[in-house]
Structures are given as structure tokens and as C-alpha cells.
Design a protein around this ligand. Structure first.
Ligand SMILES: Cc1ncc(COP(=O)(O)O)c(C=O)c1O
Length: 403
């Protein structure tokens, strides 16, 4: 076969790029020093040492929150936060349909019923116009997800919540360091959860944190995360049914260093994302996802998302395969909206509404058909690395019809 530089790598041409993008996780001697110090101290348990406590204080402060409690994962952070709301069976909680499974299962674990809401195609965040139509006398809370790191319009979310007397639980699993209107995400609602799982913009391998300004909610979460205990009471006194969600000192040690590095990494991702935005805005068949609202400008990028409009026989899957073959790692994202995951077939859907598997929310469906993700570490390279992404997009689009 005769191949040229312009032949798609998928069809045997030379890949545009063979150099890998920056690997993840990143660490240096700071993590090493803190880990070694933790090892030698023999204080590996959070109530013996001070790594986790110092991390909680620093992370809460960085996000303008009064209280932070580190836990075992982003999932358990959301579960603990929602459980603190004391939901009763039948209580409904609004969740977006284009999100990770934990956003909705945390509602079920805390006795509530998830109600799936459509998302905006411009932002991939919860669509409040549709949320308005999902309100019933049983609605108690809303879980806005700052999807991909783009802050939700928290002024609008809080106004909506106030109008309907709802609690607000921010899912900030993607949004470390992002600010809405100058104030840290996680500090706008009643309570919030973040994730430090391996792929996240700060990671301890696993881990999560709950943030809140509300002392009563915080006290409940503290009990929930450690055997139902209460601060100031004896060890063997247990006040509520709970579990053990405690973080180890190892994770605290690593996360303190990750937090220090995060603002610089966020700036780098933002700069590279701007380059991508400029290119994607002018490429036919691609659409930007983002917000022109200056209050969301200080965003994080856990994912760089854009839309590819499938045409004729050319699917998003083949577009992603072609980019991968050119040396650009990318992902097709969620295959279908969350409500169609098999688990919801055995969960009771809210009364007077279609069963979960029969929902068909047009924008979430379209997002699953069209949205492509670049993961955060692809944005940690130099300008030239990002220009390679642009070149690959151009190359694949030029020959789209051959896919
Ligand atoms: C939006 C969202 N919420 C919650 C979670 C749960 O976090 P974890 O994996 O730490 O349990 C994740 C993902 O991993 C997520 O993407």
C-alpha cells in the first residue's frame, strides 16, 4: 500500500505523533519526603498523626469552606454528605443524567430516590429549566455536578433551591481548584464531595473529601465516617449507625503535596485548553463545550470535552479510533445516559414518572452520541503537544469521509 503523511494512521499511514503525553499521576521529592516521614513516624492512623488533618484544613481553605473531612473516595464523600440530610424513603433528589454512576447511587444509599434531569449541551451541567419540570411535592435536594471541572451556575442553582426549599449537594469530583464567581466550588451549596481517585486532577490513589460550612452537617458526617462516634465522647460510644470511611495518613501525606502542585497544573491545563478552544471553534463538524460566563472562567479541566457531529456512516467511535491511531489518546465517554445503566432496572423509579429505563432526555442522549473527551493529563504538555492534538483533529476531519 502507498502511504503518505496525510494517509490516516488508521489506514496504514504514519501516525502524526509517537511521543506520549505526560503520564499520570505526577509526584516528586515532596511526596517522597512526606511518605518517608509518615513511615518512620509509625503514625499511620489518622487519629495518631497530622497529615490527614492538615490536608483537610488546607483543602477546605483553598476552596473557601469552613470544614473539610477526608474520606475513602468521592463516592463515599457524596454518600456521607447526602446521608447527613436525613432523607426519608420516597424523598426525591434531582441529579443530572450525564454523570458518573456515584452521583445517583449515593442518593439511593442515603435512602432517597434519584430523579434524572437533562443536561445543557453547552456546559454538560444540569439543565435547570428541565429540573423545574421535575419538581414534585417530594423533591428534597439537588446534586449539581461541575462536570469536567466547569462550575455550574451556582447563583442559579441556589436560587432554584431556595424557591423549592431544596438542599444543595455539590458533586465536585472533577473540579478541584475551580471557582464560581471567585469562590471555590464546594463552598456554594450545603455540602460537597470531591474525589481523589487515580484519574483525578489530584490523587492519593483513592480518597475523597466532604466540604461544608454547616457545623451540624459536619458533625453528622464526622460520625458517619468513623463508627458513629462523636468528638469529645469516649472511643467506645457509638451514636448513629455508620461505617468506617477514614483516610490513611499515607493518603493525607501524598494529597498535601498534590494540593500544593495543583494550582500550577490547573493553569497549564487552562492555557492548553484555550488553544484547543480556538482551534475547535473553527473546525467544521466540531462544537465547543464551555461557558462564556466570566463567573465560570476560573475552571478546572478534569476532561476537555467537545462535540463531534456524526454524519452519514461516520460515527464518534470511528472518529475516536482515528485520533487514537494518530497518537492522541481520547475517550468516547459515557455510552448512554446514566438512567439506562442496568442497575436502575431493579431500582424503584419515582411515582407518576416513566421507569428509569424508558426515560429519553434529548440533550443527555445527544451528549452520549457526540461528546468526546481528552483526559486531563493530555493538557499538561507544552504548547507544541497541544498543537499536535489540533493537527490530528484537522487531519482526521479532512479525511472524515474515508472513516
Ligand atoms: C462526577 C463523579 N462523581 C463521583 C465520582 C466518584 O468518585 P470515586 O471514584 O473517588 O469514588 C466520580 C468518579 O470517579 C465522578 O466522576
Amino acid at each position: 500500500m502507498v502511504t503518505s503523511n496525510s494517509t490516516l494512521a488508521l489506514h496504514g499511514g504514519r501516525p502524526l505523533r509517537s511521543k506520549p503525553f505526560p503520564s499520570w499521576p505526577q509526584f516528586d521529592e515532596n511526596e517522597e519526603r512526606r511518605l518517608l516521614r509518615t513511615l518512620r513516624s509509625g503514625k499511620w492512623f489518622r487519629f495518631d498523626g497530622e497529615e490527614v488533618r492538615k490536608f483537610e484544613e488546607a483543602f477546605a481553605e483553598a476552596h473557601d469552606s469552613r470544614f473539610g473531612l477526608a474520606v475513602s473516595s468521592g463516592t463515599t464523600a457524596l454518600e456521607a454528605g447526602l446521608t447527613a440530610l436525613n432523607l426519608e424513603p420516597g424523598d426525591e433528589v434531582l441529579v443530572p443524567s450525564y454523570t458518573f454512576v456515584a452521583t445517583a447511587t449515593a442518593v439511593i444509599v442515603s435512602s432517597g430516590t434519584p430523579v434524572f434531569v437533562d443536561v445543557s449541551l453547552d456546559t454538560l451541567n444540569i439543565d435547570l429549566a428541565h429540573a423545574e419540570r421535575c419538581i414534585t411535592p417530594r423533591t428534597r435536594a439537588i446534586v449539581p455536578v461541575h462536570f469536567a471541572g466547569l462550575p455550574c451556575d451556582m447563583e442559579a442553582v441556589n436560587a432554584f433551591a431556595a424557591k423549592h426549599n431544596l438542599r444543595v449537594v455539590e458533586d465536585a469530583a472533577h473540579a478541584h481548584g475551580a471557582r464560581w464567581d471567585g469562590k471555590g466550588v464546594g463552598s456554594h451549596g450545603d455540602i460537597a464531595g470531591f474525589s481523589f481517585q487515580a484519574s483525578k486532577n489530584m490523587t492519593g490513589g483513592e480518597g475523597g473529601i466532604v466540604l461544608t460550612d454547616d457545623e451540624a452537617l459536619f458533625t453528622q458526617v464526622v460520625s458517619r465516617h468513623s463508627y458513629g462516634q462523636r468528638p469529645g465522647h469516649p472511643w467506645y460510644s457509638h451514636h448513629v449507625v455508620s461505617t468506617n470511611l477514614r483516610m490513611t495518613e499515607w493518603q493525607g501525606a501524598i494529597l498535601r503535596s498534590q494540593l500544593e502542585r495543583m494550582p500550577g497544573q490547573n493553569r497549564r491545563r487552562l492555557e492548553n485548553a484555550r488553544l484547543l478552544d480556538q482551534a475547535i471553534a473553527s473546525l467544521p463538524g466540531l462544537s465547543l463545550i464551555g461557558s462564556a460566563d466570566p463567573r465560570a472562567a476560573d475552571r478546572a479541566y478534569h476532561l476537555y470535552c467537545f462535540r463531534f457531529e456524526p454524519s452519514g456512516t461516520v460515527s464518534k467511535k470511528s472518529f475516536c479510533e482515528a485520533l487514537e491511531a494518530e497518537g492522541i489518546p481520547c475517550a468516547a465517554g459515557y455510552p448512554f445516559p446514566l438512567y439506562r445503566q442496568p442497575l436502575f432496572e431493579s431500582v424503584q423509579s419515582p411515582p407518576d414518572q416513566p421507569v428509569y429505563s424508558e426515560l429519553n432526555l434529548p440533550q443527555a442522549e445527544q451528549a452520549c452520541r457526540e461528546v468526546v473527551w481528552f483526559r486531563q493529563n493530555a493538557l499538561l504538555g507544552e504548547e507544541e503537544d497541544t498543537r499536535d492534538i489540533v493537527r490530528a483533529l484537522e487531519k482526521v476531519l479532512e479525511q472524515k469521509e474515508s472513516l
